[in-house]
Write a new protein. Structure first.
Length: 167
């Protein structure tokens, strides 16, 4: 008789006040995975303000298994002028390495897509680093289109301040 490994049980739920430290620890783990730990300058306290203030700026879903938070998705609304509809932008999705390949990421991304559908969003979109071949393959396997012709533009810090002062 062949032994079939059981899928671990996990729970997906919206982040709640008190989750900010566990969520921020996963954000730091994501930054380490992406070799961007130096770029993390925020705090769990600021994250809590943005998630749980009366008019939240962002939302998050958490995945729990084995008595701890093992994954997250953080997202917010954007807007498509072409569709004239709200969209949902997935800022980050991350699953701890030891839980990958078990359906956690797929279930989490599906839950975020469900939120987008329930809210009448015209699209769900996100960015992925070009070197992250496993993530690219995963997203494409779920039906995502990787838009090669688009590039992200970003201004931060002193450059953003300098641009603001041109007005």
């Amino acid at each position: 008789m062949q032994h079939v490994p059981q899928r671990p049980s996990f729970t997906i739920r919206p982040a709640a006040r008190g989750d900010e430290h566990a969520l921020f620890a996963l954000i730091q783990a994501l930054a380490e995975y992406e070799k961007l730990s130096h770029a993390v300058t925020g705090s769990a306290e600021q994250l809590a303000r943005d998630l749980f203030e009366p008019s939240p700026r962002v939302e998050a879903m958490l995945v729990e298994a084995d008595g701890r938070v093992i994954a997250f998705a953080l997202y917010f609304h954007n807007y498509s002028t072409f569709l004239t509809k709200l969209g949902l932008y997935l800022e980050d999705i991350f699953v701890l390495p030891e839980y990958r390949g078990r359906g956690v990421g797929k279930a989490l991304l599906s839950r975020v897509a469900k939120v987008a559908c329930e809210r009448g969003c015209g699209r769900l979109e996100w960015s992925v680093l070009d070197w992250n071949v496993s993530a690219l393959g995963f997203y494409e396997s779920l039906g995502a289109s990787v838009l090669q012709e688009w590039r992200i533009c970003r201004i931060v810090g002193d450059q953003m301040k300098a641009l603001a002062e041109r007005v």
